[in-house]
Each structure stands twice: as C-alpha cells, then as structure tokens.
Design a protein around this ligand. Structure first.
Ligand code: GDP
Ligand code: GDP
Length: 434
C-alpha cells in the first residue's frame, strides 16, 4: 500500500491545478501506457521515489462557485475517513474566508497529519500576505503557486515524511481479492455467501470498527485474503449513496488488492460509477473480474447475456479481455466460478514468462510487423524480457525507443495477451534503448 493523500479546500483555491500538476508529471514520465485518463479526481503520483495516491475531493463538488457548506463538510469528512495525509488548500488572493474557517475547525480536531498549503503565492508581496493564515490555528503553512509549481517541493517533502511506512502487500503469497462496486450491487451478500455469516457476528459482539480489511479465507479449496469494502467497514456519517463516496471507499481496498472483483447490479448495468471503479483498478494495475450480479432478475431472451457482455466490453476499451461472469448470489449461481476466475487472474498476474520463450514468440511477430518508420527512421527491436515486478511489465530493447508510438505499443500488448493469456490483467510495455 502506498498511502493516500487528499486535497481539501473550497472551490477556486487551485486544488485541481495542483492535482493535475502532480498527476501529469507522473503520467508524462512514467505512465506511458495506452490507458485513457478517465478519472481526474484520483491519480497516482510520486515524489522522491515514493508513490502515493492523490484524491482531489473538491473535484466532486458540482457548480464550484455557489457551493453549499455542507458539501465542503462532507468532503472534509471523506478525507478524514479515507486519507492518510490531508492537504488543506487556501488562496492568498482572497485571504481567509468563513468557509476556510469552518474547514479549519474540522481539521484541527483530526489526528491525522494536516498540511496547510497557501496557494497562488506568485510574488513576494503575496508571500507577506500569506502570514494571515496562521490565524487558522493549523500551525506552519506552505506557500505555493500551483500554476508554476513553486513551493510544492517543500510541501511534498513534508507529505511524504508523514505518510505511513510503505508496506509491500504485493509480496503476500495468498491472492488478495477486493470486492468492490456500487452500494446495493450485492457485495455483502456475495461475501456472506462465500464466507458465511460468522464474521459479521464477531464484528458485532466486539463492537469494533474494523479497519483491518484483510482477512484470510479458505473456500472451495482456494485460500485467499479478502479485502473488503462492504458491510464490515464503519459506516460513515457521509451518506452512502453519494457518488464520490463509493469511489473513495474503493480506493484503499483496491490499493490493497491483487485482484478486484467488481460487482455490479445486472438491472442497472455498467454505468458511469461502475466505470470509475473499473478504471481505478485498471490504473492501479490490479487484476479485474467483472461480476454481473442479480442475474436472476433479468428477463432473458436469446441474446441477452451476449448483448450485455458486448456492451460492457465496449465500455472498457481498449482493455477488453476482462473476464465477465453473470452470477446470482441469491441463487448461489456461479459464485464458485467467480472465485475460480479470480484465482486464475491472480495466477496470470503473477506469472513470469521465460525470456527465451518470450523472445521466440515475440521476435518473429515483430519482424513480420515492425514499427512503422518515423521521420524516415527505422526502429529495430532486438530483445525483450519480462521485468521482475509484481505485475506484468515487459521491456523491449531497441535502437530508437522514442520513435515507437502508442498504436504499436498497443499492438504489442495485444499480441502478448493473445500469446500468453493475461485475461483481466493490466500489463505494461516499455521500449528502452539498447
Ligand atoms: P479548484 O476549484 O480548487 O480546483 O481550483 P482550480 O484549480 O480550478 O483553480 C481556480 C483558479 O485559480 C484557476 O483560474 C487557476 O488558474 C487559478 N490558480 C490556480 N493556482 C494558481 C496559482 O498558483 N497562482 C495563480 N495566480 N492562480 C492560480
Ligand atoms: P452491497 O451494498 O453491495 O453490499 O449490497 P447487498 O449485499 O447489501 O445487497 C443489496 C440488495 O440486493 C439486498 O437486498 C440483497 O438481498 C439483494 N441481492 C444481492 N444479490 C442478489 C441477487 O443475486 N439477486 C437478487 N435478486 N437480489 C440480490
């Protein structure tokens, strides 16, 4: 787990400018994969080699100017619940507003690290003005300018310092499955049918809030850890049905998982909210299985299953070879299949293709379909190897890696998928200089 940083603050202080700056940095440099950026409120970033997830909670507030205070309160509560570190952003241009004061009151009570970032400090005059923010009672602040990045280095140093120690959950030898999805999709029912009721009873008696969301199970002859987003976790004061909340809840569970079991309600389909969670898992390079639940409620005509399956595959382009299982928790239909499939995805995600086999298969393919010449230059690919990373990453060595364009990378990714079976497993393809 890499740690979660949330940015809170009222509209227009510059949260998304800051957020985009951090996320783009990473995407531009590291994340050259063909995926599409669909969720601008959540992203991965790193500073000095330390990775973390960044949430722009403010991004969920609609109609940014006339925002209601209750929205801000929810945002802050959400950050308090879900983040390891909170960045509270204010705006030197406007100075302290009543809304800032309200947020400060909430944040002063929190026993998580809170960093006050005074944004839009573009010149020395504004640096002087920033002093007024001491009045918020949050101690020292970081003067920054999100538009040009100044000051953000010191802020990020402090943020990284305050993050919990990085635990490498990827090394656990048991599969770690996260059951994620919208409220009411049937996640708790699914988990109950997998593990029985006893876990809930234990939780009730203890009267505890369970934040340790990682529990070991042995079912159907498979051993796995279940990373839970349903039922067990303490109910927040934040209403469950708020769009952002269910996504936020999923962030940590997804981070903690090897494979995400994305449960959706067949009667509601693969809607925008489900897509958000899907792309979250994909961007985190987690294995994915889509479980279309409540199949018992769907009136079936000849091609119902096929049509819905095709619809879903269209939505998840270009990552289309994800297993999709139609199940009914109610009728205990294909629940075993769901777990079996998740285990298969887990195994594919952790497998290592021998270098010789990889080259024997891929070199002829690339010889027959070389990258198109670019600016009159020919790219010659000499050798490839799978990197020793927890999830599949492949390096292709060639003379001119900078001339390999995205469509060719996608072509290579698809060939790897066809030849070596990575259904439901995000893979990464790098071209490097040799
Ligand atoms: P959000 O609503 O908090 O996400 O705020 P935005 O990121 O949308 O920024 C609001 C406005 O402030 C935009 O017009 C930005 O260009 C501007 N802004 C953001 N950061 C800075 C900065 O460092 N200096 C100045 N002068 N303007 C900024
Ligand atoms: P969660 O919010 O995702 O944990 O969803 P729940 O497990 O609480 O389920 C929401 C509702 O859907 C409950 O009333 C369940 O009984 C119902 N439900 C769950 N799975 C199925 C199913 O396969 N078929 C039908 N008809 N109802 C289901």
């Amino acid at each position: 787990m890499s740690g979660i940083v949330a940015i809170v603050g009222r509209p227009n202080v510059g949260k998304s400018t800051f957020f985009n700056r951090l996320i783009q940095r990473r995407e531009a440099i590291v994340d050259s994969v063909s995926g599409v950026t669909r969720d601008r409120h959540y992203g991965k970033s790193d500073w000095n080699g330390r990775q973390f997830s960044l949430i722009d909670t403010g991004g969920y507030v609609i109609g940014s100017d006339d925002v209601f205070e209750s929205e801000i309160d929810k945002q802050v509560e959400l950050a308090i619940d879900e983040a390891d570190v909170i960045i509270f952003m204010v705006d030197v241009e406007t100075g302290i507003t009543p809304m800032d004061e309200d947020v400060a009151i909430l944040l002063r009570k929190v026993n998580k690290p809170v960093f006050l970032a005074v944004n839009k400090v573009d010149n020395n005059k504004r640096l002087e003005n920033a002093v007024e923010f001491y009045a918020l009672g949050l101690g020292d602040y970081f003067p920054i300018a999100s538009t040009n990045g100044s000051g953000s280095g010191d802020l990020l140093d402090a943020v990284i310092e305050a993050l919990p120690e990085e635990t490498n959950v990827e090394e656990s030898e048991l599969p770690r499955f996260a059951v994620v999805g919208r409220p009411n999709a049937g996640k708790s029912s699914f988990i109950n049918s997998l593990i029985g009721e006893e876990r809930y009873i234990v939780t009730d008696i203890a009267g505890t809030t369970r934040d340790s969301i990682d529990t070991k199970y042995n079912r159907f002859g498979f051993e796995f850890n279940l990373v839970d987003t349903a039922g067990i976790r303490r109910k927040s004061k934040v209403k469950e049905d708020l769009e952002f909340y269910s996504v936020m809840r999923s962030v940590r569970a997804i981070e903690n998982a090897d494979v995400c079991l994305l449960v959706l309600d067949a009667t509601r389909g693969f809607d925008g909210q489900v897509q958000n969670i899907f792309w979250l898992a994909q961007r985190n390079r987690k294995g994915i299985v889509i479980l279309v639940n409540k199949w018992d409620l769907v009136e079936k005509e000849t091609n119902t299953m096929k049509t819905l399956e095709q619809e879903i595959r269209r939505e998840i382009e270009p990552f289309t070879d994800v297993p999709i299982i139609f199940m009914s928790v109610l009728n205990k239909q294909r629940i075993f299949k769901a777990i079996e499939t998740a285990v298969k995805v887990f195994e594919d995600r952790s497998k290592k293709i021998k270098t010789k086999l990889l080259n024997d298969v891929m070199l002829p393919i690339m010889e027959n379909n070389p990258p198109p010449a670019y600016k009159g230059k020919y790219v010659k690919i000499k050798f490839c190897t799978q990197l020793p990373t927890p999830q599949p990453q492949f390096a292709f060595f060639c003379n001119l890696p900078q001339y390999v364009r995205d469509p060719y990378k996608r072509f290579i990714e698809n060939k790897l998928r066809e030849e070596f079976d990575f259904k439901g497993v995000p893979i990464t393809v790098y071209f490097r200089k040799k």
